[in-house]
Write a protein of this length. Structure first.
Length: 342
């Protein structure tokens, strides 16, 4: 369990989101050792926008497995990570600032509040040696000229070279926070700052880089071999960080289905080798999760598994592995899953 302070923070975030019209699910970690790669699942009622919120006490003390799973979830759900940091190695995180770690954006709690409640985005990107501000170069130039300030006079006021002023106005260079504030004061125009839409952060992740050599049981290894023979791809969650154990998707899924509202992939799956290992609560969580994010779901079981009668009406297809063994290609796989749901 996370500590009481973090619980209160997540409770506040949930209230802000609900007041702003979002659907949310606050998720409790199964244990202190088995933490999830998200704390709140968020969906905008008025659009298909999906966000994964995760709170970090120290952004310089990251679990790389969690980072990996956040990236994978972001792509699988066509969602965006909203990562909140309380501090870095040395200090609390500054407001209106985006910090990057492992290719992911982190912001302060107050910055998140401003985004949710006021649609007010950060404008500073933290970099080694100090933050920088991205300017609307054309607006800087027009405003400077409207005030009859020459480039030479401007450079002297800022104590920089004319070439640097030119680079700012052409947006070939981003000034430090200190210089940017001086520019804003001289021009008396805060609109020259370009806000950074952290809700539209581009996440880079290669599913093919994940090794499956460790952690798969004999049953799971056999299933993985079947998936590869069919010609589709998979991503395994082996540490209980999400309410599904396996994501299945076409090799060209991202290129053809990213903007498809009713896309078949990704297919989120649970797995059970025998009845004793079957977890009905896990199945309920999988169903809730897939309904919230409108993703297809599947449960793959061993040949001897007896499906409980009360679960046959839950609209989650249960497929025995012998059925998958008879599938030769992706088209047959899709047909099998769709026939099972009828």
């Amino acid at each position: 369990m996370i500590d009481n302070k973090n619980d209160k923070i997540l409770e506040d975030i949930d209230i802000w989101l609900k007041n702003a019209g979002y659907d949310t699910i606050v998720v409790k970690a199964p244990s202190k050792r088995n933490k999830l790669c998200y704390d709140i699942l968020v969906k905008n009622k008025s659009s298909r926008a999906v966000f994964l919120i995760k709170l970090f006490t120290n952004i310089d003390n990251l679990n790389l497995d969690t980072v990996r799973d956040i990236k994978a979830m972001s792509l699988l759900l066509n969602s965006k990570p909203l990562l909140i940091g309380l501090k870095n190695r040395y200090d609390p995180l500054d407001d209106d600032t985006i910090y990057t770690r492992e290719g992911l954006p982190f912001i302060s709690l107050k910055t998140l509040q401003k985004i949710i409640l006021n649609n007010d985005y950060p404008y500073i990107l933290a970099r080694r040696g100090g933050g920088v501000v991205f300017l609307d170069g054309e607006l800087v130039k027009k405003t400077r000229e409207s005030k009859d300030i020459t480039r030479k006079e401007f450079s002297e006021k800022l104590n920089i070279t004319k070439r640097t002023v030119c680079a700012y106005e052409n947006e070939n260079m981003a000034p430090s926070v200190q210089i940017a504030e001086k520019i804003k004061d001289i021009l008396d125009k805060s609109a020259i700052f370009r806000n950074i839409n952290v809700l539209d952060w581009h996440v880079k992740f290669n599913f093919n880089e994940i090794s499956l050599e460790k952690g798969l049981s004999n049953f799971e290894t056999h299933l993985q071999e079947i998936i590869e023979d069919i010609g589709i791809s998979s991503y395994w969650y082996k540490k209980g960080q999400v309410p599904f154990e396996l994501a299945i998707f076409s090799k060209n899924w991202k290129s053809v289905c990213e903007d498809c509202e009713d896309a078949f992939y990704p297919l989120l799956s649970g797995i059970s080798e025998n009845r004793r290992k079957f977890n009905e609560k896990f199945l309920d969580n999988l169903k809730t999760f897939s309904e919230l994010f409108q993703k297809n779901m599947l449960f793959i079981v061993n040949n001897e598994f007896k499906i409980p009668e009360k679960l046959t009406a839950c609209n989650i297809p249960f497929i025995k592995i012998k059925k998958l063994e008879s599938v030769d290609n992706e088209e047959e796989f899709v047909e099998l899953v769709q026939e099972t749901t009828k």
